[in-house]
Design a protein around this ligand. Structure first.
Ligand SMILES: *[C@@H]1O[C@H](CO)[C@@H](O)[C@H](O)[C@H]1NC(C)=O
Ligand SMILES: *[C@@H]1O[C@H](CO)[C@@H](O)[C@H](O)[C@H]1NC(C)=O
Ligand SMILES: *[C@@H]1O[C@H](CO)[C@@H](O)[C@H](O)[C@H]1NC(C)=O
Ligand SMILES: *[C@@H]1O[C@H](CO)[C@@H](O)[C@H](O)[C@H]1NC(C)=O
Ligand SMILES: *[C@@H]1O[C@H](CO)[C@@H](O)[C@H](O)[C@H]1NC(C)=O
Ligand SMILES: *[C@@H]1O[C@H](CO)[C@@H](O)[C@H](O)[C@H]1NC(C)=O
Ligand SMILES: *[C@@H]1O[C@H](CO)[C@@H](O)[C@H](O)[C@H]1NC(C)=O
Length: 647
């Protein structure tokens, strides 16, 4: 396959993933109840890394089997873990539920374990082997009180429970049943599931006890039993995910599609990686062993360290009401410190020790980075099993809230937009030309440009993509969101250089000028991307037709001065989005073009995907990788899903 064909194929695949999203099941990631152990961990230095490695091992198992147990460490600081998705969750939904479980459970820290029941999965950890336990003092029943049901419903519910329990015993502990309620159009639905670590007799005892207790919720329409060894629920709502009966479920199809896409990418990248790995090994040796404990210690002793309890208090115990959004690497909350400073807290979930170490490293790097156009990292809370990044709070949210909204867009006059552009360029120049750590952002887009009170641009999430790999399960939503920003050579071959940022920045400029989002998720026809549209209008001298009406509102904007400026920015945008990587200007060159207005600009060459004859990528011979590229672990998902807080 030539590269053009590869590229088009990928886009088609990605398109089909996006259109699949509607039919994926429900991960039911709502937390029902959490209980924590009553004993504290007795050596934090041992406990935290054990816990992190435990969650990572289980994470891999959950992706493969929907169930996992793992042990890490030994003695009183050992960590035993178990997690399981209920039987109707597909392997695609399961990691989503588990991702929630593993962000919630660490809240038990500093207690040495706990259990959390979600509507779709369960997780428990403790410092001893509990895999045989099936009844215990924390067993409980939750009754839903939405409505009271008549005798017919009650009879059907009982019948469904006994059928589900009976079918579970021959089916690894998982059973479900639905029984129609006579005389109504209703149905009673039941799901039961034992932890797969139990033998049949323990499972039966758990299900028997749990069902007797749960049915005492009748005549209410909803009941759940949260037991030491099993979970069950009855409801008049059809909450159970449908499996496609014979063979492959939809989730599996999507996973296959995703694998196909990823393997294409990886095939193309593999040769380059070979060369690269050698380089990287050398670099890692030079850096010394990248040791989690070392970074924990460095941070704990620095003033960057925030106590978990301080942050918890600041955000009202991570109150939903303080939630600003869900970004690529975690949930973002607003908070206020005792001294009145407002903060944005990014509550991360990382899931292995290696990444954790990288993360500490990263914090260390970016805390040494300070620039007026970069979101300031105030510190982190890194010594608990949960990682929190504390940023300055920016009241005006992100650029996409304004430019893509016809009414809010009015607030951003051309003058303000121009300032935002200059600020973004300066921030990027700083990252790209940082003498100690050249940083490629990888995900420049409107939602990662935050705005302060005076609408000054602040780039968010720089450097994070490198340390955090998204869950594979996020790939579908991830790609759809930022496909339009990715440079062609990066998308097709994984070649990451600062010119990939330049390309994304060019797309961003076009969005700022036109007020339209370069959303590539809905169709795969590139002739109407904003790049193509801008190129065509630029060539035929009708550029003004595509300007966002909002930037031409005030009198000032009608001046020829302003018009020239918009036109020049459009010209620069087309230079940044040229297909041939080496022709794109560096960010410092862009800054020069913007500030030296008298300097002539070269004519832009054609952007990617415009003309059949030029479809082949022209600069494939440039095979150099920057050491900062995460190489082997890189995937589209890593890059694509990291808005600071997506909407
Ligand atoms: C879990 O259930 C226990 C016992 O009913 C209750 O005390 C506790 O508040 C619940 N916790 C949550 C997080 O719902
Ligand atoms: C915790 O364990 C580490 C490693 O074994 C040890 O060096 C340290 O002294 C222990 N700390 C406490 C408080 O026991
Ligand atoms: C679990 O931790 C507690 C408190 O740290 C300790 O007393 C107990 O001995 C530990 N249990 C095991 C099995 O090591
Ligand atoms: C099942 O497991 C329980 C708890 O470990 C044990 O007491 C019981 O003997 C086991 N039953 C069978 C049939 O193996
Ligand atoms: C259900 O219970 C909650 C809390 O106990 C209560 O606020 C609510 O009004 C109840 N709803 C019904 C329909 O009884
Ligand atoms: C089911 O019952 C409710 C009550 O009629 C009704 O609103 C709904 O449309 C009906 N569907 C039925 C009952 O077939
Ligand atoms: C509950 O569990 C105990 C112990 O396994 C068992 O003896 C008892 O029969 C169970 N109760 C019910 C109601 O099933």
């Amino acid at each position: 396959m030539n590269r053009r064909a590869q590229y088009v194929f990928m886009v088609l695949m990605i398109g089909s993933i996006a259109s699949f999203q509607g039919v994926v099941g429900d991960a039911r990631a709502q937390v029902l109840n959490m209980t924590c152990s009553s004993e504290k961990e007795n050596n934090r230095t041992l406990f935290v890394p054990n816990f992190i490695s435990l969650m990572e091992t289980i994470s891999d198992l959950m992706r493969q089997f929907g169930f996992g147990t793992a042990v890490s460490g030994s003695g009183p600081d050992a960590n035993y873990g178990l997690a399981q998705c209920y039987g109707d969750l597909s392997l695609l939904d399961c990691p989503l539920c588990y991702a929630e479980a593993r962000t919630v459970l660490p809240q038990c820290y500093p207690y040495n374990g706990g259990r959390v029941f979600l509507d779709g999965c369960f997780m428990r950890s403790a410092n001893y082997s509990f895999y045989d336990e099936y009844l215990g003092p924390t067993d409980m029943v939750l009754c839903g009180n939405a409505s009271r049901k008549g005798l017919n419903f009650q009879a059907s519910a009982r019948q469904a429970v006994s059928r589900a329990v009976a079918s579970a015993l021959g089916n690894k502990g998982y059973g479900k049943a639905s029984v129609a309620v006579s005389g109504t159009n209703e149905t009673a639905h039941v799901l039961v599931d034992c932890w797969r670590s139990l033998n049949q007799s323990s499972c039966q005892a758990c299900l028997d006890n749990a069902s007797a207790a749960m049915l005492r919720c009748l005549p209410w329409s909803e009941g759940r039993a949260l037991y030491t060894g099993c979970f069950m629920r009855y409801s008049n709502i059809d909450f159970i995910n449908k499996e496609t009966s014979n063979g492959i479920s939809r989730g599996t199809i999507i996973i296959i599609v995703i694998s196909a896409v990823s393997s294409l990418v990886f095939l193309a990248v593999i040769a380059a990686i070979g060369v690269y790995i050698r380089k990287r090994r050398y670099i890692q040796k030079k850096r010394g062993s990248n040791d989690a404990e070392k970074w924990v210690k460095v941070l704990r002793d620095s003033n960057l360290n925030f106590k978990h309890s301080t942050v918890e208090k600041a955000t009202g115990s991570f109150d939903e009401a303080n939630k600003l959004g869900q970004g690529g690497f975690g949930t973002v909350y607003k908070g206020a410190l005792p001294d009145g400073r407002e903060i944005a807290v990014k509550r991360l979930f990382y899931n292995n020790r290696h990444r954790a170490a990288d993360f500490y490293n990263e914090v260390n790097i970016i805390s040494s980075v300070e620039h007026k156009n970069l979101v300031r990292l105030l510190g982190c809370s890194c010594s608990g099993p949960e990682s929190l990044l504390i940023y300055e709070f920016l009241p005006n949210k992100s650029l996409d809230h304004f430019i893509f909204d016809p009414s809010r867009g009015k607030e951003l006059t051309w003058e303000k937009r121009y300032q935002i552009i200059i600020g973004t360029v300066e921030g990027l120049v700083y990252l790209h030309e940082n003498p100690t750590n050249k940083i490629i952002h990888r995900d420049i887009k409107a939602s990662n440009i935050l705005l302060d009170l005076k609408f000054r641009a602040k780039i968010a999430d720089f450097g994070l993509a490198r340390s955090f790999e998204e869950d594979k399960s996020h790939i579908s939503t991830a790609i759809a969101g930022t496909l339009g920003y990715m440079a062609p050579e990066y998308l097709a071959n994984g070649q990451l250089t600062d010119k990939a940022d330049v390309y994304s920045f060019g797309v961003l400029l076009l969005e700022i000028i036109t007020g339209k989002q370069n959303n590539r998720s809905k169709d795969t026809d590139y002739s109407d991307s904003i790049i193509a549209v801008a190129w065509n209008h630029f060539q035929s001298g009708t550029a003004e037709e595509i300007y966002d009406p909002n930037i031409m509102l005030n009198e000032n904007s009608q001046s020829s001065n302003t018009k020239n400026q918009v036109y020049r920015v459009l010209h620069i945008a087309l230079l940044c989005t040229q297909e041939v990587r080496s022709l794109r200007p560096s960010m410092s060159k862009v800054l020069q073009m913007l500030t030296k207005k008298e300097e002539d600009l070269p004519a832009p060459t054609i952007p990617p995907f415009m003309d059949e004859k030029t479809m082949e990528f022209n600069d494939m011979s440039e095979n150099e990788f920057y050491p900062l590229n995460a190489g082997g672990t890189d995937s589209i998902a890593t890059v694509a899903h990291s808005s600071f807080y997506a909407r």
